[in-house]
Design a protein around this ligand. Structure first.
Ligand code: A3P
Ligand code: MG
Length: 375
């Protein structure tokens, strides 16, 4: 029951990745708990209408700074969701001050997570610089970290599921994946009733991680209260579900209709004989649910023209694969992380399954039904 140690390939990258994601989860929980939960005016709408909060910027700044410290600034290329533009406006002084305070409060706890923080607190320009350094566009050559500081920002704002997702891509392949799931308890299963996800589960979240080729994915508890992170640690190995009968299988999909066509996935579900109601969950927690066997299928069919970004999938895909699952586009081909910020060439949608039998059935149903759909 021991997690990977530093002799393992990508050992240092994985170790630093888990430590910073644990720290980021702690940051998010502090913001989400009680009084400092973002009020509506603290949730800013981006150009694509998706929300961004102090948590998104603070996590990105903190992780960017830590990666630079750990691996050397000149060696670190980060592809991440946020930029520093809004925060740099003259009208954003108080927003920037909140981000700087949050980042410094978190960095001050570095030792508990086995990391070294700055000698003196970071100033505004250092925080802005750490955020804007994450402007790499990735690509087929070299090492690129891929970060979604808060995936499922809507879930975060609503006190529901969200994740901190960090991955490392090397020469176009995802080689390390870390998913911090602050509201996804190690013990409790996901249910459709979001009222069960309220405050009693805070502090019981988990972090999942893997490195490519290890043949295993791990799960550990979030560091609690004033606790500290041990490494190597007592993480548990997680495996996908062994259910391959569609009648018994659970499928999950995005909560938001705008992000995936619910009626098309319902048609696929009917065709392959799935009986259970879909489990609608925000964020990459859907990948986490497949990896640890809480669900068997994840389907996402975005509107034509929407281009999936690598940070919304990289960490989840490698964790599901190493836990024994299969992830492809809806045409059955592997996702291509080598083309830059987007999953270029993605065929119709994304299908993640606990095993090949269910996966073949879903892909077959897509081929059989696509032409008669309005997608
Ligand atoms: N129109 C759209 N279609 C599909 N996915 C979208 C979308 N608009 C945003 N998304 C992505 O869907 C993610 C949320 O996933 P889900 O719907 O599964 O919870 C968002 O991540 P962020 O919350 O990090 O912006 C965003 O990247
Ligand atoms: Mg996202």
């Amino acid at each position: 029951m021991e997690g990977v140690d530093s002799n393992h390939m990508y050992g240092k990258e994985l170790e630093v990745g888990v430590r910073v994601v644990q720290m980021a989860c702690s940051l998010c929980q502090k913001l989400q708990k009680g009084s400092v939960r973002p009020s509506p005016e603290q949730v800013i709408s981006k150009d694509d209408d998706s929300p961004v909060t102090v948590a998104d910027w603070s996590v990105q700044a903190m992780i960017s700074w830590m990666l630079s410290e750990s691996f050397g600034r000149e060696n670190v290329s980060v592809v991440a969701e946020e930029d520093a533009q809004t925060l740099s406006y003259n009208t954003s002084t108080s927003l920037l001050a909140s981000v700087v305070a949050t980042v410094n409060e978190t960095l001050a706890m570095s030792a508990r997570f086995g990391l070294k923080g700055p000698a003196t607190p970071l100033g505004g320009s250092e925080v802005l610089d750490a955020i804007s350094r994450c402007n790499s566009t990735g690509g087929p050559v070299g090492r690129h970290w891929v970060l979604d500081p808060v995936d499922g920002t809507l879930g975060f704002v609503r006190g529901d599921q969200y994740v901190v997702a960090l991955a490392l891509i090397e020469n176009g392949q995802v080689v390390v994946g870390v998913l911090g799931c602050p509201n996804y308890s190690i013990k409790k299963k996901l249910v459709n009733d979001s009222s069960v996800l309220q405050s009693d589960l805070w502090q019981e979240g988990c972090v999942m991680y893997t490195s490519k080729g290890s043949g295993q994915s791990w799960m550990q508890q979030l560091v609690q209260g004033d606790g500290s992170l041990e490494w190597p640690n007592s993480a548990s190995i997680i495996r996908v579900s062994s259910i391959d009968n569609p009648v018994m299988a659970t499928f999950c999909e995005p909560v938001e209709k705008a992000n995936s066509n619910h009626s098309y996935s319902a048609g696929i579900a009917h065709r392959v004989g799935l009986r259970k109601q879909p489990l609608r969950v925000y964020s990459m927690v859907k990948y986490a649910a497949i990896a640890r066997g809480d669900a068997e299928i994840y389907m996402k069919f975005a509107k034509a023209g929407y281009k999936e970004k690598i940070w919304d999938h990289a960490a989840g895909v490698v964790i599901v694969e190493e836990a024994g699952g299969v992830v492809t586009d809806a045409g059955g081909r592997p996702l291509d992380f080598s083309k830059g910020v987007y999953l270029e060439g993605l065929d119709r949608g994304i299908v993640a399954c606990s095993g090949v039998n269910l996966h073949e059935k879903i892909i077959g149903a897509v081929y059989a039904s696509w032409d008669s759909s309005d997608l």
